[in-house]
Design a protein. Structure first.
Length: 167
């Protein structure tokens, strides 16, 4: 099962929730009638009742969740689904990256991955620097040319001054 979203806060009074999307196929994943497994498992499965995008953020409504209290109870739940096709697995999920060493192109250790911020335009890799502080690195091939899970590292090629922003 793949992580496709994480439920955020309740939106409004009718049981809608915001979701942090972790899939490249939200229009295929989030459709009325879709059944999503959950983590923790005892919360679900959840059946999608409604979907809409509000100010660039997906809002989902689920069968049986009709008020704000029910929606708030879902906060933090991870939504899981079967893989759609081989293209779905091309990206990285936060849990795959957390704790990986971050090195520059010469192999110097800069820190470790402490988060992945999923955005509409581009994702941001959160790096906890060796000397303290954190920095957000745009997760694009030009700046993050390699992710090597086997070696436990992420290679970054940051532009001048980017790492100093985190100090």
């Amino acid at each position: 099962m793949l992580l496709v979203a994480r439920i955020g806060r309740a939106h409004g009074l009718r049981g809608e929730v915001t979701v942090q999307v972790h899939t490249d196929s939200p229009d295929e994943r989030f459709v009325p009638g879709a059944e999503l497994a959950t983590d923790p498992a005892e919360v679900g499965p959840l059946l999608v009742r409604g979907v809409r995008v509000h100010q660039g953020r997906y809002l989902l409504a689920f069968e049986g969740v009709t008020d704000r209290t029910g929606a708030e109870a879902l906060r933090g739940t991870r939504l899981l689904a079967e893989e759609l096709d081989e293209d779905e697995d091309e990206g990285w999920y936060e849990e795959e990256l957390l704790g990986l060493a971050v090195v520059d192109t010469t192999g110097t250790v800069l820190g470790e991955v402490s988060g992945l911020h999923t955005r509409q335009v581009q994702d941001l890799l959160e790096v906890r620097l060796v000397g303290g502080g954190t920095v957000l690195v745009p997760f694009v091939e030009e700046l993050v040319p390699e992710v090597d899970e086997e070696q436990g590292r992420v290679v970054v090629d940051p532009p001048a001054g980017l790492l100093e922003l985190g100090e």
